[in-house]
Design a protein around this ligand. Structure first.
Ligand code: IPM
Ligand code: MN
Length: 332
């Protein structure tokens, strides 16, 4: 009998519920059984009763196989509250140290994956205010980089680059010419891991500003990119924009050690301006669902979903959120 996976579902805000409903239907149509547990969390929930992410929920999540999330964020909630209190808390507490974001545009010969470190850097929350609200105010926001954190991230990226599905090439992106402390740790760690364990992988290094130019002018050069948390955040929006739009960009927040569930979500946000209109492109959410199936050990179903989504990415399938979902499900 096929296995059934226990998946926590956070539909979230804005277009989140619409795209996740479609994603779940496509997974069902692909023949994978999910036992879903719904969690009503996000900006709307916060506005209703002040709940962001209770520790009791985090504890429940530790026993799940995966988490599937739409988007969180609602106008009227102070900036950072849901991002830090829900999304980042999830990434940190569940040790989702890899953020994997694939970008494919077959017509243009583009096929690369960004591996973004997901628990450190400027996201770590180091810093604070001094003399807040006065003319002498000081705000600092440091970047936290540990050898262990960089090592496990670049190792994951090297493993991926040498996997049979890839082309054996890994580019590190940073800003070593200015960030001479964190950049130095990244560069040394990258080179040490390469020399000790992955000599067969060809490597390159790009400064992040140059990488922005290459992503626009010559994205075909990339196979796997590994980078720091904030650079990865910015680069993956750009990468989405140059490979057909953010409506196709999928992501996995991974705990490769499998000490808990990994979380899968589209790169796009809650898009409140088009929420509830059955207008949002569900492809990114569907492709994030395919990444979840890969991680759960259902690569054949994941491949079928990706193949069906190609028709959406080529523009062959268009229409409302639900209609795009139905057309993709029919092609499985
Ligand atoms: C992303 C998002 C998040 C991030 C926000 C919503 C906290 O932009 O997943 O890329 O910055 O990581
Ligand atoms: Mn982002």
């Amino acid at each position: 009998m096929a296995s059934t996976y226990r998946v926590g579902v956070v539909r979230g805000d804005g277009i989140g519920p619409e795209v996740i409903d479609v994603g779940l239907k496509v997974i069902e149509a692909a023949g994978v059984g999910l036992e879903t547990v719904d969690y009503d969390l996000g900006g709307a929930r916060y506005l209703r009763d002040g709940t962001v992410l209770p520790d009791s929920v985090l504890e429940e999540w530790r026993g799940l196989d995966a988490i599937y999330l739409g988007a969180v964020g609602t106008p009227g909630v102070p900036p950072g509250l849901i991002e830090r209190g829900l999304l980042l808390k999830m990434r940190f507490e569940l040790d989702l140290f890899i953020n994997q974001r694939p970008f494919v545009d077959t017509a243009k010969g583009i096929d690369f994956i960004v591996i973004r470190e997901n628990t450190e850097g400027t996201y770590a929350g180091e810093g604070g205010f001094l003399r807040k609200g006065t003319p002498h105010e000081i705000a600092t926001q440091g970047s936290v980089n540990t050898r262990m954190g960089v090592q496990r991230c670049v190792r994951y990226a090297f493993d991926l680059a040498q996997a049979s599905a890839r082309r054996g090439h890994l580019t590190m992106v940073h800003k070593t010419n200015v960030l001479t402390f964190s950049g130095d740790l990244w560069e040394r760690t990258f080179n040490e891991v390469h020399d000790a364990e992955y000599r067969a992988v060809a490597t390159a290094y790009n400064h992040v500003d140059a990488a922005c130019i290459y992503l626009v002018e010559d994205p075909q050069r990339y196979d796997v990119i590994v980078t720091d948390n904030l650079f990865g955040d910015i680069l993956t929006d750009l990468a989405g924009a140059v490979t057909g739009g953010i409506g196709f960009a999928a992501s996995g927040n991974l705990n490769p050690d499998r000490t808990g569930p990994s979380m899968f979500e589209p790169v796009h946000g809650s898009a409140p301006d088009i929420a509830g209109q059955n207008k949002a492109n569900p492809t990114a959410a569907i492709l994030s669902g395919a990444m979840m199936l890969d991680f759960l050990g259902e690569p054949a179903a994941a491949d079928r979903i990706r193949a069906a989504c190609a028709a959406s990415m080529s523009g062959e399938i268009t229409g409302s959120t639900t209609s795009v979902g139905e057309q993709i499900a029919r092609r499985l």
